[in-house]
Ligand binder design. Structure first.
Ligand code: GAL
Length: 347
């Protein structure tokens, strides 16, 4: 059985480490890991992938095994991704990590993995619970979208409380906003949209939604939407809630193209804390973001993989909720946070 084979490799690696003269030779045991992502051009997913590549490489040293890592790009097609998973299983992968294209389609992958007895770690795109619970060897690593929504909402509530006039351009006591949503049906799009606005309402800010649309996490689609809204909407857009940073940057692009100065921009907030978004916070065009912990998610995926391949106990490697979920927290990032980090070291 696969777990036994990997365990044997782990034992062999441990033995070689204690025997004199047994360094990493041609006899170094090998394990295989397959990573399938929904779309490699996605900014946040490509950050996770880069961390995974680096961290699995570091694991080789640590565990004394060769790790054959394959990364496959599903190019937003579930059937392409299913074939990639088949190929990983044919190749004899010891664990597979899946950023599923269609989060309602996980049952097929769970069943294939179960038949091959290869554990599967889903990440970032959360399968429906029923599918994840089909087999004990299926797990999920991610961050709770509702928390991102709440933190994003709080960025706006805090700014409103500190200086309402700076946001309320029309002076009517109501915050007129637009919402740029991620992919329809994605848990983060649904939860961030709902909880950001709910936080404003419970925080005592009166709101009016002028427009909302899905821009599928993409900067160019968000810019296109924002262009249309700037032309069509008569009232001033006072705030832009974007479910992720790339879409927030798209909104900024459209506003600047329309001739707005930095001071005239609406209060724009995103999620992810990608490098270009942090630059925009520094430049004063983006008012804040929420860190989506790409590094932490990659670390958890690597730790869980290590455990599922028999190198460590799962309970020591990660903290599991309901025996299935590894949850990573979000953190709010304000301009003050970014500027304080930018201070030259040693001064
Ligand atoms: C979200 C992230 C988005 C996008 C999406 C892909 O968590 O905020 O930027 O990467 O995942 O599933």
């Amino acid at each position: 059985m696969k777990r036994m084979r990997v365990l044997a490799a782990a034992l062999l690696a441990a033995l070689m480490a204690v025997l004199p003269g047994c360094g990493r030779t041609s006899a170094t045991p090998t394990v295989r890991v397959g990573v399938a992502v929904y779309d490699q051009t996605d900014t946040f997913i490509s950050a996770i992938t880069q961390h995974l590549e680096q961290m699995f490489q570091e694991e080789e040293q640590r565990l004394g095994v060769k790790i054959n890592l394959s990364v496959a790009d599903g190019r937003s097609s579930q059937s392409v991704q299913n074939e990639q998973v088949d190929r990983f299983l044919d190749l004899g992968c010891d664990v597979i990590c899946v950023n599923i294209v269609n989060r309602t389609a996980a049952a097929v992958i769970v069943d294939k993995a179960r038949a091959a007895e290869v554990p599967v770690i889903f990440f970032n795109r959360e399968p429906v619970e029923e599918d994840l619970f089909r087999w004990e060897g299926a797990y999920y690593v991610g961050s709770p979208g509702a928390e991102a929504g709440r933190l994003q909402g709080m960025l706006v509530v805090d700014a409103w409380r500190a200086d309402p006039a700076a946001l309320d351009r029309s002076g009517d006591g109501v915050l007129q906003y637009v919402m740029l949503e991620g992919e329809p049906g994605h848990q983060d799009a649904l939860l961030r949209t709902e909880h950001s606005i709910q936080t404003l309402v419970t925080g005592g800010v009166q709101v009016e939604k002028l427009e909302s649309a899905a821009a599928n996490w993409q900067r160019s689609q968000a810019a296109e939407r924002m262009r249309q809204w700037l032309e069509a909407v008569e009232e001033p857009i006072e705030a832009v809630f974007a479910n992720n940073d790339d879409m927030a940057l798209g909104a900024i692009d459209a506003c600047l193209e329309a001739g707005m100065t930095v001071e005239e921009l609406p209060f724009i907030v995103g999620v992810d804390a990608t490098a270009p978004a942090l630059e925009a916070v520094r430049a004063g065009t983006l008012q804040g973001t929420v860190r989506n912990d790409a590094r932490g998610q990659a670390e958890s995926i690597v730790a869980l993989s290590r455990a599922l391949m028999g190198f460590e106990d799962v309970s020591e490697a990660v903290e599991l909720t309901d025996g299935k979920y590894v949850w990573l927290s979000y953190t709010a990032v304000t301009a003050a946070d970014v500027l304080s980090q930018a201070k030259p070291v040693g001064r």
